[in-house]
Design a protein around this ligand. Structure first.
Ligand code: EPU
Length: 301
């Protein structure tokens, strides 16, 4: 990585990614870079693209499984203050991609600004939430996004409208574009009413999901007209385990990593669940989480 230099920002090598993900699993990143600001990120992305070096962005690590072999290339973290700032102006807000989603949601609620309270309890960063269109039964982030600033693989910086971002169910059409910040439109509401709603959503999530365990949230997307959690439950898979990875007893679409689990255990369990649900219901489950595999090797399953 001799093409990297001090002006790219803080550079770390051989960084264990398990410490940076909610699963707490997986190998190391060859190189992690914390760019100082948008201009440095743009320059870094341009040079990595020109050299065909894979570049991944690690947000809150909440929806991610890193394979045991880790990843080559560059992992970017948007941790510097220029990427984590949140500013409110009237009923609008601008949040950096590296800002913690829950902090942003709580700040909005505290100011009596409605719109994001349905995201109560969703971990991760604002950038990751936009890429995946984070949400659930109480709403999705897309409903309140006006536009996002993005860095393209060429290094070009653009502002994309909500329409161009192309939100879908746990999906966007951002592709290789990296979100650096986003602008939101919220609505003024009585703070007490709003706080009560936020707390109700938060409680519902805590009651139905194993939030204290090491997991990556829901593993599979809900197939059209179906609920993955219900299908896995009805296939009798709650409590099924491979190694130290186990299907949660509380919510069947969660895989919980117990002490000593490996990413390979999780991947094998994912395949077992897929096979069982396909055999019983004829439905093919697709993963919702992002899976990082090494670029030059293959994962062991
Ligand atoms: N169900 C079962 N057994 C289970 C789990 C669920 O029968 O073990 C049934 C429930 O009784 C309910 C149905 O399945 O009738 C749906 O369950 P739930 O209300 O928990 O919603 P979900 O579709 O499983 C979605 C999101 C969650 C989000 C919740 C609540 C997906 C894949 N999941 O879950 O998002 O928190 O709604 O808003 O869309 C995530 O994306 O990581 C995530 C956790």
């Amino acid at each position: 990585m001799d093409w990297l230099n001090a002006s790219d920002g803080r550079i770390e090598t051989n960084v264990p990614l398990a410490d940076l993900t909610w699963f707490g699993l997986g190998g190391a990143a060859a190189c992690v870079v914390h760019p100082r600001d948008e201009a440095h990120l743009s320059d870094l992305v341009r040079r990595a693209s020109a050299r065909n070096i894979p570049l991944r962005v690690l947000g809150g690590g909440a929806n991610l499984l890193v394979c045991d072999a880790g990843v080559d290339g560059i992992v970017v973290r948007l941790t510097e203050p220029s990427f984590t700032a949140v500013e409110f102006d009237g009923t609008a807000a601008t949040a950096g991609a590296g800002a913690e989603l829950m902090r942003f949601v709580k700040d909005s609620v505290g100011r009596g600004l409605a719109g994001l309270e349905g995201l109560a309890g969703i971990p991760g960063t604002v950038g990751g939430a936009i890429r995946m269109n984070a949400g659930g039964r109480y709403g999705e982030i897309q409903s309140h996004v006006i536009e996002a600033r993005v860095v393209l693989p060429s290094g070009q910086i653009e502002t994309w409208s909500r329409e161009r971002i192309g939100f879908g169910y746990r999906h966007s059409r951002l592709g290789g574009a990296i979100v650096v910040s986003a602008r939101f439109q919220l609505t003024a509401e009585d703070p007490d009413t709003l706080r009560a709603r936020f707390q109700e959503y938060w409680r519902a999530k805590k009651e139905s999901q194993p939030l204290a365990a090491h997991s990556a949230g829901c593993i599979f997307r809900n197939p059209p007209g179906q609920m993955a959690g219900r299908l896995i439950d009805r296939a009798g898979l709650k409590g099924r385990s491979v190694g130290r990875a186990r299907v949660s007893e509380r919510h069947a679409n969660f895989i919980v990593a117990e002490e000593g689990a490996t990413a390979t255990d999780v991947l094998r369990l994912v395949e077992e669940i897929r096979c069982a649900v396909r055999e019983k219901f004829g439905i093919q489950l697709e993963t919702e989480i992002e899976i990082w595999e090494p670029d030059r090797q293959t994962c062991p399953v």
